[in-house]
Design a protein around this ligand. Structure first.
Ligand code: HEC
Length: 353
């Protein structure tokens, strides 16, 4: 999908919430003419609000579109030889350098930094917005932002942004461009550019674990520069979109075990596929999951209790939820996490009423 399509989807989702958020009165107490008139007025107001939101979203889209054009122009100039100063790889390996280009201005502070993934916090898609005082789970800084990979080799790294300001900072990462373009098909990245705005809270931090892989046909000795355009101006992305909430930490502190579970669900990458809010992701939402009867792919139903949640995490393909693919959820979480961690995640899922 093109980034602008992503933006559009996000905006459409935001619009949808407003449209479906009609007052309950519209369904329930429309018995008198007076109530009907009141409802009609409420619906009318809701429609006007929606129109306003869509209008401002369209305005932002135009700004983003313009920013994209500027990027393309900059990239065309840089495409000439961006890889010339990528460090030379050792024998038998290729060098892949990761870089970010900010538009229209830099992020406050040193910007996005790349580190080795720390052991225990290297799940693909792990992502978290951290409050002040808690450190991202990172290893050593990646020297020259460059990985040396043998053909076919994959490595996970963690991209971190530490926000030095007293305000929340949001940014939107657009699809990357490789130089030289001919090695693009051999440069496999999973994955940093997303549909939603990443957010680092005031004096806090944000991180995401990504994977960089050299394709099996990557020539040894190759040097590749991978560049992500990063939009830094909130006017260029939909600040009021649902998506903003994705990485934002909970403002109201919950019980410590629930808060721990929330953090672990992000650290292990669960949140990339499971929402806490009911919004759609590749896996079923966790909102309202605990205590309901779940329908499985074979048509049978099962009570969602603690035992079911444990089974669903330890052996995801044993019972597959109807409407979702088998084989998508990683099967190794049961081995990767301690029983205490699993218990905290389950406490968190239980709390998502
Ligand atoms: C790559 C996407 C992906 C990731 C990452 C992922 N899941 Fe899932 N998960 C799914 C899919 C798809 C299903 C539905 C199919 C199935 O039942 O296996 C699912 C099902 C579940 C269910 C059952 C939900 C229901 O409605 O009954 C639970 C519980 C669950 N996952 C927990 C987790 C936890 C905990 C993590 C992180 C430690 C996680 N998942 C990470 C994709 C994912």
């Amino acid at each position: 999908m093109k980034p602008l399509q992503w933006l559009l989807t996000t905006i459409c989702l935001a619009g949808l919430v407003v449209v479906t958020d009609l007052p309950a009165a519209a369904h329930e107490d429309a018995t008198s003419a007076e109530a009907l008139a009141r409802d009609a007025q409420a619906v009318q107001q809701q429609a006007e609000r929606t129109a306003q939101i869509l209008q401002s979203a369209a305005q932002r889209l135009r700004v983003a579109d313009k920013a994209m054009d500027e990027f393309k122009a900059v990239a065309a100039v840089q495409a000439l030889d961006r890889s010339a100063d990528v460090p030379a790889p050792p024998d038998g390996k290729a060098a892949l350098r990761l870089r970010f280009q900010y538009q229209p201005g830099a992020l406050p502070g040193p910007g996005l930094q790349v580190y080795e993934a720390a052991s225990g916090a290297d799940s693909l898609w792990a992502m978290e917005a951290l409050p002040p005082g808690s450190a991202p789970p990172r290893g050593a800084p990646l020297k020259d932002n460059t990985l040396f990979l043998a053909p076919g080799e994959a490595r996970r790294v963690i991209v971190v942004y530490e926000n030095p300001t007293a305000q929340d900072v949001g940014f939107l990462v657009l699809p990357h461009q490789e130089s030289p373009g001919s090695l693009g098909p051999q440069t496999w990245l999973t994955c940093l550019c997303m549909a939603f705005v990443y957010q680092a809270p005031a004096r806090g931090a944000w991180y995401r674990v990504i994977q960089v892989k050299a394709g099996p046909d990557m020539p040894a000795g190759a040097r590749v520069d991978v560049l992500w355009p990063v939009l830094t101006d909130p006017a260029a992305f939909p600040t009021d979109s649902l998506a903003m909430a994705v990485a934002a930490p909970a403002r109201a502190p919950a019980a410590p075990v629930i808060e721990k579970g929330r953090s672990l669900a992000q650290r292990f990458g669960c949140a990339a596929c499971h929402s806490a809010t009911g919004d759609p992701r590749p896996g079923p939402t966790w909102k309202g999951l605990y205590g309901k009867r779940e329908t499985l792919a074979d048509g049978s139903t099962v009570q969602v209790d603690e035992a079911y949640l444990r089974r669903a995490i330890h052996d995801p393909d044993a019972e597959v939820v109807k409407g979702f693919p088998a084989g998508m959820m990683p099967p190794d979480f049961g081995r990767k996490m301690s029983d205490k961690e699993l218990t905290a995640i389950i406490a968190y899922i239980k709390a998502l009423k």
